[in-house]
Design a binder for this molecule. Structure first.
Ligand code: SD4
Length: 313
């Protein structure tokens, strides 16, 4: 009963300072995962600094990373599945709680913009595979070959041994999850990936799942995830973090608790998960299972890369 009562209180009324700071941050900010977050943040800030909405910023920011053929874990150039297909997952969520998502999408350069169209123009939240592709084509998206020579070569090398090891460590990651807050203090987020390299054909990770790879509650805060999606899916990590913030945890405390939940039940020796969260008052938290997770923060006129603390050293 006490917990239920706590759940309906504004999150920041429950514990003392700084958690009792009920002010909404109005300076605008953008945070996103990994080093490519720096350029994504710049693109999102370009929108937000001119008075644009958080959701436009969230979409425009990650499009830069989707379009970069050098990155091997998002959009074009992403590592393919076991059979050589690049299959993409993405989702977006705005300050009203509206959400759109695509998964197992092939041959489309900007899955985040297809997810945005699903959110804005359909009664649905999620479209998958061939249906998502047909929807994209019907809405003017062009088809492209997403497998670059570099990623084809990585796949050819992988095929020599064909070992399926679902490991996401420091060398094999880079989904972009981005949280934007506009100058009106509204929160939105986006998440886009080619998923786990050399996954089974048809495998979908956490990134397009609302509540797993991304969750936004404009009254409370937002969270996003990177790393081995199976671990995030089984704990619905981003939703968990936002709910923990609702109960009074800071973004940092909430990310730490979400990581502890994973570690308690799994052998995580070779598996990485990183969380990134923002509360309504503009506080930022990040935490990972292992060392090596970093994130980019665009706040107070600076765009910097920060190393996240981790549970295991
Ligand atoms: C997935 N979470 O498909 C994604 C992969 C990832 O950093 O985040 N890599 O499981």
């Amino acid at each position: 009963m006490a917990a239920a009562a706590a759940g309906i209180l504004p999150w920041n009324k429950i514990l003392g300072s700084p958690k009792n700071d009920t002010r909404t941050y109005k300076g605008g900010l953008v945070v996103s995962t990994w080093i490519h977050g720096l350029e994504a943040n710049d693109a999102a800030w370009e929108v937000i600094s001119k008075g644009g909405t958080a959701v436009d910023g969230a979409e425009m920011g990650v499009r830069v990373v989707e379009a970069d053929p050098e990155g091997q874990s998002v959009g074009i150039g992403g590592l393919p599945d076991r059979d050589g297909n690049v299959t993409l997952d993405a989702c977006i969520m705005d300050h009203t709680g509206n959400a759109g998502s695509v998964c197992f999408l092939q041959n489309i350069l900007h899955p985040i913009s297809v997810a945005r169209k699903v959110m804005d123009d359909t009664p649905h939240v999620m479209l998958a595979g061939e249906g998502a592709k047909q929807f994209a084509i019907a809405n003017g998206f062009e088809t492209v070959d997403l497998l670059t020579p570099k990623s084809r070569e990585a796949w050819e090398n992988w095929k020599k041994e064909s070992q399926y090891k679902p490991i996401i460590n420091i060398e094999n990651h880079d989904t972009i999850g981005l949280i934007a807050m506009d100058l009106g203090g509204n929160l939105s987020g986006s998440c886009t990936t080619s998923g786990l390299g050399f996954k089974m054909h048809g495998r979908v990770g956490d990134s397009p799942i609302i509540g797993a790879g991304l969750f936004v509650d404009n009254e409370i805060g937002a969270a996003t995830a990177t790393g081995l999606g199976e671990l995030v899916l089984k704990t619905l990590g981003s939703f968990l973090i936002v709910e923990l913030m609702r109960q009074g945890r800071t973004p940092q405390e909430a990310c730490e608790e979400a990581i502890r939940r994973i570690v308690k039940r799994n052998d995580v020796k070779d598996m990485q998960v990183g969380y990134l969260a923002v509360s309504k008052n503009g506080e930022i938290g990040a935490y990972a299972i292992h060392k090596g997770f970093n994130y980019a923060v665009h706040k107070n006129g600076k765009n910097i890369l920060i190393d996240a603390p981790s549970l295991l050293q």
